[in-house]
Design a protein around this ligand. Structure first.
Ligand SMILES: [Zn+2]
Length: 265
């Protein structure tokens, strides 16, 4: 309401866009359940797809809405650069409903699920005026609740140091550039322990963390977030964390090995 009335920020509702573009949400079989990349029919099996099979990754599964092209790229761009929070929330709800289906199918206990957004640095939040992964994560929490009838907590526990944009870096250097930039501060850990007993209970029972971001390209940012979460879990003496990725869009590799996208921006 505030956006509509006072900021004059308006946007076409998500459902209209999808119908207008002749697009639904990705069918589960259109991408690899493990790494999230687009694949052909029957190209993935229990171990993933040809791209990720045999490669270690710190999350178990990936759920996405689409490839980072067309309408999905437009939506992500709009949320990020025009501060259109309502669209971010709608994307999150859609993603949350899809995640709910996947988690229930996988037999995950919804009473142990937590949603954590990938953090953005304070400088970026201030310059953009929106913490877009956090907005999307709020929608994911809502969508998970709608899909399962369980209230799923959303906690922004991760903090991030500012680093120059990753878009200018080749894929090989992104992991090095992002390493060590994320952590759960003592204050955040204390806040969870003292103020969020439901979250603490889930952690002790061995939580499944749904890690939420808008776009992934190389996965470097998400790997760093997983590392920081596991360091926290270890220092807090809680059980093993299972991580499931929830991303709006996945940037696909271009021919010639050059990747373009907005990973970690
Ligand atoms: Zn794969």
């Amino acid at each position: 309401m505030v956006e509509d009335e006072f900021l004059d920020v308006t946007s076409q509702p998500l459902a209209d866009r999808l119908v207008g573009a002749g697009l639904g949400v990705d069918a589960g079989g259109a991408y690899c359940w493990r790494c999230g990349y687009s694949i052909g029919v029957f190209e993935s099996d229990g171990g993933g797809c040809g791209r990720c099979r045999g490669i270690r990754q710190p999350w178990g599964q990936t759920v996405r809405l689409g490839a980072y092209v067309g309408v999905w790229a437009g939506c992500v761009h709009e949320v990020k650069y025009t501060r259109f929070g309502q669209l971010g929330h709608e994307l999150g709800v859609l993603l949350g409903r899809r995640l709910a289906r996947r988690l229930v199918d996988a037999g995950v206990d919804m009473q142990r699920v937590l949603v954590v957004p990938v953090p953005t640095s304070l400088r970026r939040r201030l310059s953009r005026g929106i913490d877009h992964p956090r907005v999307i994560a709020g929608g994911v929490g809502r969508g998970l609740g709608v899909g399962t009838g369980v209230r799923v907590p959303v906690i922004s526990v991760l903090g991030r140091k500012h680093r120059p944009s990753q878009t200018s870096l080749p894929a090989s250097e992104r992991q090095v550039s992002v390493r060590g930039t994320m952590s759960v501060s003592r204050a955040s850990a204390w806040w969870v322990r003292m103020c969020r007993p439901g979250v603490e209970r889930r952690l002790r029972a061995g939580a499944t963390v749904v890690l939420v971001d808008d776009v992934t390209t190389t996965g470097a940012t998400l790997r760093e977030a997983c590392r920081a979460l596991r360091v926290w879990a270890k220092s807090a003496g809680v059980g093993q964390l299972q991580v499931v990725l929830g991303v709006v869009a996945v940037t696909e590799e271009r021919r010639g090995g050059v990747e373009k996208g907005l990973d970690g921006v």
